[in-house]
Design a protein around this ligand. Structure first.
Ligand code: IPM
Ligand code: MN
Length: 349
């Protein structure tokens, strides 16, 4: 018996509504083929919602997110929302108690990339750190941001990273690869002695529970350089909020670009999925955005829901369309619209 899932969709701003529509079309083709079906609860959030209502994350949207089996986001113009207007992504991450964002990056056949052999996942803490939203002015000419690091969030994020490493090790062993499973925790301990001291301490504690996973640490600057010089070294990168934000974009840039970068934030009770890219206001509304990052995020959501075979099928369909190379959006070197590329993916499914 195929299951039905309730999905709270927050399309957001810019290309968000277009790309989430494409992903929904892909999800909706699963049921007629014996897969799961979905009931969508589409809710407002983002800069547009702020302009209409004065607040970017309505209580009703948050309640709907909590009531659903999973939350699916497009993109949000958070930079445009003034102080006091809310922080929809931050609110979501904090309220849904997700802690870690899982952001895989690997080279994809058919897409030219600067790094031939990158295949890693950045596990990024997303509720605190430099993005804890505690900022205040000090007189007229100075301002402070407080970098909060807690043992609880660090431990949860580290655990997610080591679980990812274990899963990847299992998957690789099946495929006959001997790449070691490795977690690299990223820090700036020489400067941020207390906060990164606590973070590394929590990571090392979790590492003890995973004796067969190699564990190492790197300074953020050295890690950034090594990612560019020797990307194949990395497997799972475990990072605090701001460092992970930057490293996940470096990884995406080295791999197939932001057009293919998906992410999922999974907590104990709730989870949400979103492309890593932003709202791309320059191309919004033109129907030419690359829908793949969002469709791959939908595949991550399927995996979270326990729909492994559908997740595999959606991923394979995206990869096959890219490998074939005749129906690609502009960013991938083609001339297809978002809808045409989505049609091709549905065909391949
Ligand atoms: C991301 C984005 C967000 C973040 C922004 C839009 C707040 O860049 O998901 O990586 O930094 O978390
Ligand atoms: Mn980012």
């Amino acid at each position: 018996m195929s299951k039905n899932y309730s999905i709270c969709v927050l399309p957001g701003d810019g290309i968000g509504p277009e790309v989430t529509d494409c992903a929904r079309r892909v999800l909706d083709i699963l049921a007629p083929n014996g897969g799961p079906s979905f009931t969508y609860d589409v809710q407002p959030a983002g800069h547009g919602t702020f302009l209409e209502t004065g607040y970017s994350m309505p209580d009703a949207s948050m309640a709907a997110a909590k009531a659903a089996d999973a939350v699916f986001l497009g993109a949000m113009d958070v930079a445009e929302i003034p102080p006091g207007g809310g922080d929809p992504l931050g609110d979501m991450r904090i309220e849904l108690e997700v802690s870690a964002s899982v952001r895989p990056s690997r080279t994809i056949p058919g897409i030219p990339s600067p790094a031939a052999d990158i295949d890693c996942v950045v596990v990024r803490e997303v509720t605190e750190g430099l993005y804890s939203r505690i900022e205040y002015p000090v007189g007229d000419d100075a301002a402070c941001a407080v970098r909060v690091i807690t043992r609880a969030a660090s431990t949860k994020t580290a655990r997610t990273a080591f679980e990812q490493a274990s899963e990847r090790q299992r998957a690789r062993a099946k495929g006959g690869s001997s790449k070691p499973a490795r977690v690299t925790a990223v820090h700036k301990i020489g400067v941020l002695k207390l906060t990164d001291g606590l973070f590394l301490n929590a990571c090392a504690e979790v590492a003890k529970d995973f004796p067969d996973i190699e564990y190492e640490t790197r300074n953020i600057d050295a890690c950034a350089m090594e990612m560019v010089r020797e990307p194949g070294h990395f497997d799972v990168i475990l990072a605090t909020n701001a460092f992970g934000d930057i490293l996940s974009d470096i990884a995406a840039g080295l791999a197939a670009g932001l057009g293919l970068a998906s992410s999922g934030c999974i907590g104990e009770r709730w989870a949400y999925f979103e492309p890593v890219h932003g709202t791309a206001p320059d191309i919004a509304g033109r129907g030419i955005a690359n829908p793949c990052a969002t469709i791959l995020s939908a595949a991550m959501m399927l995996r979270y829901l326990g729909e492994e075979s559908s997740a595999d099928a959606v991923e394979a369909a995206v990869l096959s369309v890219i490998a074939k190379g005749d129906v690609l959006t502009g960013d991938l070197g083609g001339t297809a619209s978002s809808a045409e590329m989505t049609d091709a993916i549905i065909q391949a499914l």
